[in-house]
Design a protein around this ligand. Structure first.
Ligand SMILES: *Cc1c(COP(=O)(O)O)cnc(C)c1O
Length: 424
């Protein structure tokens, strides 16, 4: 049986391995729920993006909100990636992981003054500015610090929703970016502001995109703007084409990163923009398939309408099903030679929305271990402490070596900063 997602998560006989480590062995050593990542899968994903860009001035900025654990950041930094951050907290994490600020771009619609100051003091490569108001505030903050903020405008290419309805951030109705028709005027305004240096242009049109078409449409719109802006005598040094490339959770067939990059570079060259520095901001496509969430079956609860498989992982560990009704593969860590039954796989949290998978055919018994596949992106980084559940531990695997990269959170740590009221 070939599993969807990473080739580094596969059965050998009836035992599920990640690289050369059996998941059941890791669960026995580190407990459950447990996130386990393949470092080789991450390195290969980064190499896929870079291979099509060799010989070009480029920077792959890993969008760290997908998975911001320090050892994950370290893996991508060592692979030659920069980082795309969306908060001051992410900046602190990035620096703690050893990132070079000159390889960090700062995205997001709501950067605070404090965050701007922090990023200017660190010396980040570029602010991806999302509104005129933000630009004015950034100018004021930079001027007061006697620094210069290099900026890109994040333009909203308004890619046609009719043909690509799954794109969620590149439409007029979204909160993201500067409207296409305003962009030239905003660039003109930027050149008049103290403390601001125009560096490039940026767009990011959505997430879990599985076709090349929308990227090419957005690219064409962005290049139209580049030409209009440069016609005003304003130089744009880099093109940042954002992230958003999808992965295989079940039967999706997204283009490979190198195929996508090649198609975009071909269009860039055709239109005479091949000399520019190229940036990308992939998140999910770098880490999504590299991780699994291992969970123990606590109870089976057969019923007339539904049967439930109650596991020790929950929506606080894995938000994607509850939040987006996302489908994620769920497979046993040791296959049983028995007829499967149909279960809803659910967690212990007091919410009907607390499910990991619905109507899954599984041959399981209490005490078995299940792996949720493709859980490397937007899982641990979205985890919460709802129900005062400590967040799961994380392990990084390479070959037959495994390292604990995050300890399981203890309940006492969850209320450490809280205070009781004075007694009356
Ligand atoms: C979230 C985000 C990304 C990464 O998106 P993925 O779908 O994970 O590749 C890139 N750029 C910006 C501005 C983002 O907000």
């Amino acid at each position: 049986m070939i599993l969807p997602g990473s080739p580094h998560v596969a059965y050998r006989g009836d035992t599920l391995f990640i690289e050369d480590c059996p998941l059941a062995g890791l669960a026995a050593e580190f407990g459950t729920p447990l996130f386990v990542y393949s470092q080789t899968a991450m390195r290969e994903a980064a190499a896929g993006w870079r291979s099509a860009l060799t010989g070009r001035d480029h920077l792959i900025c890993y969008a760290m909100k997908a998975n911001s654990s320090l050892a994950v950041l370290q893996t991508f930094i060592e692979a030659g990636c920069g980082l795309d951050i969306v908060s001051g907290g992410e900046l602190e994490r990035a620096l703690a992981a050893g990132a070079d600020p000159e390889r960090i771009v700062f995205s997001g619609v709501g950067k605070s003054r404090t965050e701007m100051r922090q990023a200017l003091e660190a010396g980040v490569l570029c602010f991806n500015v999302e509104s005129e108001a933000e630009l004015d505030v950034l100018s004021a903050v930079a001027t007061r610090l006697r620094r210069t903020a290099r900026i890109s405008l994040r333009v909203n290419p308004d890619v046609d929703a009719g043909t690509h309805p799954y794109i969620s951030t590149g439409l007029k109705a979204n909160k993201f970016g500067v409207a296409h028709q305003r962009a030239v005027a905003v660039y003109r305004h930027a050149t008049t502001l103290p403390g601001i240096e125009v560096a490039g242009i940026d767009c990011h049109i959505g997430s879990q995109i599985t076709e090349v078409g929308p990227y090419l449409d957005a690219l064409d719109r962005v290049l139209d703007l580049v030409e209009a802006v440069e016609a005003e005598g304003i130089r744009l040094h880099h093109l940042d084409l954002g992230g958003g490339l999808g992965i295989t959770y079940t039967d999706e067939t997204p283009p490979a990163a190198d195929a996508l990059v090649r198609a975009l570079l071909e269009r860039i060259d055709e239109r005479g923009h091949g000399h520019r520095r190229i940036l990308f901001e992939p998140g999910r496509a770098l880490v999504g398939n590299a991780g699994v969430l291992v969970s123990e079956v606590l109870y089976l609860k057969p019923g007339d309408a539904k049967s439930f498989c109650i596991v020790d992982a929950a929506m606080n560990d894995l938000m994607r099903p509850a939040m987006y009704e996302a489908w994620m593969g769920i497979v046993p860590c040791r296959r049983r030679d028995a007829a499967p039954s149909i279960y809803d796989v659910v967690g212990p949290i007091c919410e009907s929305g607390d499910w990991l998978g619905r109507d899954r055919a599984l041959a399981v018994e209490a005490g078995d271990l299940l792996a949720v596949l493709s859980a490397g992106a937007y899982c641990m980084s979205m985890a919460s402490n709802y129900n005062t559940r400590g967040r799961a531990a994380e392990v990084m695997v390479r070959g037959d070596s495994a390292w604990l990269i995050r300890e399981r959170e203890k309940p006492s740590e969850l209320f450490r900063g809280e205070r009781l009221l004075p007694k009356v």
